[in-house]
Ligand binder design. Sequence first.
Ligand code: NAD
Length: 495
Amino acid sequence: MTDGRQSTETYRMRIGADWRDAASGATFSSSNPYNGELWAVVPDADAADVDAAVAAAQAALDGAWGDATGFERARLMHRLADIIERDAEQLAAFETSDNGKLLREMRGQMDYLPAWLRYFAGAADKLQGEVIPSDRPNFMIYTRHEPVGVVAAIVPWNSPLMLLMWKLAPLLAAGCTVVVKPSEHTPVSALEFAKRVEEAGFPPGVFNVVTGRSAELGRALVAHPGVRHVAFTGSPGIGVKVAQGAAEHFARTTLELGGKSAQVVFPDADLDAACNGVIAGIFAATGQTCVAGSRLVVHRDVHDALLERIVARTKEIQLGDPMLPETEMGPLANAPQFATVSGFVERAVADGARVVTGGRPSPKLGGLFYEPTILARVRSEMEVAREEIFGPVLSVLEFDTEEEAVRTANATRYGLGAGLWTQDIRRAHRVAHQLRAGNVWINSYRVVAPNVPFGGMGASGWGRESGIDAVREYTETKAVWIELSNQTRDPFKLG
Ligand code: NAD
């Protein structure tokens, strides 16, 4: 298969040095959200496969990978980056075939993936500890940053390889190994990715993948005593269960969860730029991004002028085949997501919201296509303003004062992203500091980079991916004390 959707391909999982079927022999099919075609058959793994994958990951730590220096890890990471660069178009097509997002969006993500590997490869040979001056005579003390061990990487369906890469690059730099569990909706790209990891020459067991359709698989992976860190991206509901499951055996966690991000537009904003940013925030990727700017918090004085621009642009959005370059919005990624979006809009209308545009499945395209939707007369206490929809639905809320804008933007249990549109530099920084969100974009939206920390507050999770400190999420700091005098000390006194 070359373009990811021409024929049905049967996949095996990568565990250690092997390409394997599930131990039970079970399989399931992956479907293309654009046309419903079942285009790939993948193993339906269970706890027995998790045992094998964790054992393979531990064996690599105890063997060749554990012995590899940071320089060697960096060399392999650069090779993998080269291979992803070569295969970006193919990998993008696999992603689009599985999740229905625009090929040009997925291609952009694939082109950017090597930057994460190269950035963190630069850290792999610089994980140095320090010598700490002792507070008493006759001691030398130094620290080491050791790999935490086997990592479980559990990823959702919306940007499978990019969200995997945010975990993979720092954990490889730190010297860890990984068992990846992709979403049941998008199992293929991680298996395709595993072929490239093998080609790059990583020792067997560094990168393992288990695919399955039951939540039991994720639970078994989180609960496995051999897993020392669970790096999870997904919904807050599952994130809580992951944190609980990991805590049972003292595994560490990083949680990248959902959001209900606000785009705050002040009256002095460049309204054309703000309009473009609002569209990018909520209708790009059919609203299926964790940082979707799903609430527009706009000053009353510019409400009508801004809304007029946004509605006009929204009505022009081209829905269609995500593989075509002219398409701007693809379908929703799966049937449960379609039902979720429809349900939210129906309840919002019952709660008193007014549909300005959209508000229904696309009558022209049918299937999993939902029209880009704008809801006005939304108040902070309404469900549609509080809960993550993960679809192309914008709720519009108004404010009069800066203090009210901040209060409205912060009226959510989430804290992932926020957009801020103003020409006033003092207000921009003042408000950015008051917004409860891990990522604040001023006069732009939805920008990420390997060297900039990304993560959330509150129900949006804990820990940060990307940014140099992300390597620390995958290391244990060890302090080593050496007594130099060889004299006997009082055994009943501390220190
Ligand atoms: P989800 O929580 O349903 O599933 C995420 C992953 O967890 C999948 O691989 C799933 O199979 C697995 N899983 C399900 N039950 C499990 C269990 N009991 N134990 C362990 N793993 C289990 O999320 P989703 O619907 O796939 O993705 C959408 C969610 O992801 C949204 O909330 C979105 O905001 C969030 N997300 C967050 C970020 C971020 O970086 N903060 C990025 C993208 C998506």
